[in-house]
Design a protein around this ligand. Structure first.
Ligand code: X90
Length: 277
């Protein structure tokens, strides 16, 4: 049985990290330059181009063909996509899944709309693998992953909302004041899978404290927690330390944002995905 695990690039994973992991890239368009969020591109190169670019920038989700390509000749595909509340990515993946199964009636594809992204999507990809390795069949895995993702959360601290506002994904009014004087917006992915800013705080330390408090208040009890950041290892480490004060043995891992998350979370952005009990 040939099983593939497929995610779009917003989970910050790299295709080939594990041999059966495939990643479908989103794209970041900066004037004449298109940055493909795959192993051949770096966050540094994208950010330095963005810093000097004056005009419009945007992002684009993969198309049906890109998803189909990622399925290869798999008998079973377990997939996850960035929230349909902010991107057309899941819709394209779902159409691809239907087409693939029509073409090959004996094969099966499931793409979960994570209503989230980044490190919460990373947790979902980890869980798929555990469930499949535990010997569950396709329908059981799909049911279990829906149950699991209902109990995971995503929170963030962002130093700027400019790229969200520029692309019409939040209102300009919400974006003002963030990006000056070390103001951070701390918030979460809403139940509908949209950006929900909750607090404006001054300085990195206060932002990480607010994040840690909220994570604990959500019912995190030392299970899996994944942090991703854009060029802010200190912030990520600070958050880990705060969580470990309560749960010294917590299963925590930190990774860099890849291009899509780095573009929207911007420099200094910290995302945290975690299991609630
Ligand atoms: O289709 C496209 O062009 C991609 C649009 C993606 C927009 C959202 C990206 C979010 C990246 C930023 C912080 C966490 C926000 C959580 C909201 C669910 C990560």
């Amino acid at each position: 049985m040939n099983i593939r695990f497929v995610s779009d690039s917003s989970a910050n994973l790299l295709q080939g990290e594990q041999e059966d992991l495939y990643c479908v890239p989103l794209q970041i368009v900066v004037g004449q330059n298109t940055f493909v969020d795959g192993p051949g591109e770096t966050v540094e190169r994208m950010l330095s181009t963005l810093r000097v670019h004056k005009g419009k920038t945007s992002t684009a989700c993969p198309g049906v063909g890109d998803w189909l390509e990622s399925f290869g000749d798999a008998d079973i595909v377990y997939g996850a996509a960035i929230t349909s509340g902010l991107s057309g990515c899941w819709q394209a993946g779902n159409i691809a899944a239907q087409e693939y199964m029509q073409l090959h009636p004996e094969r099966k594809v499931y793409i979960l709309d994570t209503l989230s992204t980044g490190p919460e999507q990373e947790l979902i990809m980890e869980k798929y693998r555990e469930l499949a390795k535990a010997g569950m069949d396709f329908n059981q895995v799909c049911a279990e992953i829906r149950r699991y993702s209902a109990g995971t959360r995503l929170r963030f601290s962002l130093a700027s909302l400019e790229n969200f506002a520029r692309n019409g994904r939040i209102s300009k009014a919400v974006a003002t004041a963030v990006g000056i004087l070390g103001i951070r917006v701390v918030g979460r992915a809403s139940a509908e899978g949209t950006l929900e800013p909750q607090h404006k705080v001054r300085g990195e330390k206060k932002a990480m404290e607010k994040l840690a408090q909220s994570v604990l208040a959500d019912g995190y009890r030392g299970g899996k927690l994944r942090i991703s950041h854009t060029q802010n290892p200190e912030g990520a480490k600070m958050l880990e330390t705060l969580i470990r004060r309560e749960y010294p043995e917590a299963d925590i891992r930190i990774r860099d944002n890849r291009l899509l998350c780095a573009y929207y979370a911007e420099t200094g952005g910290v995302l945290v995905g975690y299991e609630c009990s």
